[in-house]
Design a protein around this ligand. Sequence first.
Ligand code: MG
Length: 449
Amino acid sequence: MKKLFGTSGIRGVVWEQITPKLIMDLGLVFATHLDNSGSVVVGKDPRLSSGMFESCIVSGLLSGGCDVKRIDTVPTPVVGFAVRRLKAKAGVMITASHNPPQYNGVKLWDSSGMAYTSQLETEIESIYFDKQMRSVSWDSIGRIEKVEVLGSYIDEVVAAIELKHEYKIIVDCGNGSGSLVTPHLFRKFGCKVATLNSHPDGTFPGRGLEPSPENLGELCKAVKFTGADLGIAHDGDADRIAAVDEAGRVAQADKLLALVAAHQICQKDNVVVTTVDASSVVDEVVGRYGGKIMRTPVGDVNVAAAVKKHDAVFGGEPSGAWIFPSFHLAPDGALAAVKILKLLDSTGKKLSKLLDELPDYQTARKKLACPNSQKAKVMEKFGLKSKEFSCARVSQIDGIRLEFKDGWVLVRPSGTEPYIRVTAESKSLTRAQELATMAIKILKRCIHN
Ligand code: MG
């Protein structure tokens, strides 16, 4: 089956996988999927190619009879917000998230402000590949309206969360679209805000766009030397978050997720959704607060769908894509930043203290080369062999996860590269490495026999 969509929309290198023709066709395909009627919100990130692709998607949508509400450069979650606020039928975001500047892509949103699920993406793909798109006659072509939504988005977040104290914060938006929201949002809360890389620049000169420790050295230094309470970083389209504590350390992503998830629980058995690759620290901490964990395949759309289905209080991936369904179903970096501040405000503790109170888990990661054509067969063989282990539980939600009393190991084929990836976790590093080595040994046998 031919595919357009990956784990988070359509993405690729400009002029290679992503061309103006593709994006214009996609606009018409999307309009066809929406029965050639209704309005569609269109937003973009600050990439140099985003204006060109915005025009292409808009042309495609108009030619298919949809009206367009252009909201210009915004963080991705603001498209989800705007769809509901403007009572639109759907939304489109032109972005390649954390990928380098020569990439771009498209992410689609439904009328509830949730990203398109893989099922809806398959419907789009069949219209595209079967060439079923329908344009409309000259007198039914859609109309464009320019709408400003950032102000109302900021006002709604401020209205939804109450902070008793004021804080000193350093924000690093990586020159992405978070620059237009997060610093302003914190100032509305009365915080003292200093910024790094927080003017939109589509060449992303400041740092790598992934908000991972190797890209956050400057932020760590800035937090420590200015005596700030918190450092916040986003990826290029600000649907993800990373935080730096007041000691200048990047917060371990799983621990931060566990901490914030646990604080969303209001009553026993509230559901928290996370992905198969998240650390057991999430189960342990959420369990202490009386919550229940539901795991999904990797990908923010899978998390959002499970949050909706199980009426969860929180959903999050260790990558920093967090969903707070009381506000909306879009992973939202700016909202996540305010929720971290809310945590400091309600506990009265420093972030370093809150993180250091949590249990430590050790992770071992390995990968094994495996041609894409062999992945399915190797995984099937590994599944059969895994029955020989005396593990407490085998989960096949996404890849194969073997759970033992003292740790777990997850074996997953990479979606984009010719590898099978192995992640193991335990409270002891030796045990985590032992589990990863064991899985690699079995995988090698599955590949060669
Ligand atoms: Mg992103």
